[in-house]
Ligand binder design. Structure first.
Ligand code: TYD
Length: 138
């Protein structure tokens, strides 16, 4: 099954409001559509940096702006869609087989990623022509 950018969406996570601040929870089986195997986060990203430039064969992710804001551009080989993440209760669900670019990181932003699989370089497609060939394969 190959997913399209229309299958990727921003999920609004519930917020537990308390007088001393908010809590948002992401929990396997409850909030998330896959079980988390790995968590990583990007930080100290220079404001003019552009990251990403790859797709994954199998990996799915939820991406959250734990602090600050940034933009993800998703691409399924036919269509592109931009997502602006600027609040810790919004999680972008990126399905498998989608090319992504990231830009416009605000100063001090933290990009938290919850991933469905352990790190494997074999799961990456880092060349855009290879990506289009993969998308056009049946
Ligand atoms: P990459 O996924 O290409 O970064 P981004 O999409 O944020 O631009 O990863 C950058 C480098 O970090 C690459 O050399 C692989 C390494 N890395 C790991 O070793 N483990 C991981 O879990 C991740 C996400 C990256």
């Amino acid at each position: 099954m190959k997913y399209n950018v229309e299958d990727c969406e921003i999920v609004e996570l519930p917020i537990v409001h308390t007088e001393s601040g908010n809590i948002t929870v992401m929990e396997n089986q409850l909030t998330l559509s896959f079980d988390i195997k790995r968590i990583y986060y990007l930080y100290d990203v220079p404001m003019n940096a552009e990251r990403g430039g790859h797709a994954h064969y199998e990996l799915q992710q939820y991406v959250v702006a734990a602090s600050g804001s940034f933009t993800f551009i998703l691409d399924d080989g036919k269509n592109k869609k931009e997502f602006f993440l600027n609040h810790p209760n919004k999680a972008l669900h990126i399905k498998a087989g989608i090319w992504r670019e990231m830009k416009n990181f605000s100063s001090g932003s933290i990009c938290l990623v919850l991933a469905s699989l352990e790190y494997s370089e074999k799961d990456y497609i880092r060349n855009y022509t290879d990506f289009l060939n993969f998308r056009n394969r049946k």
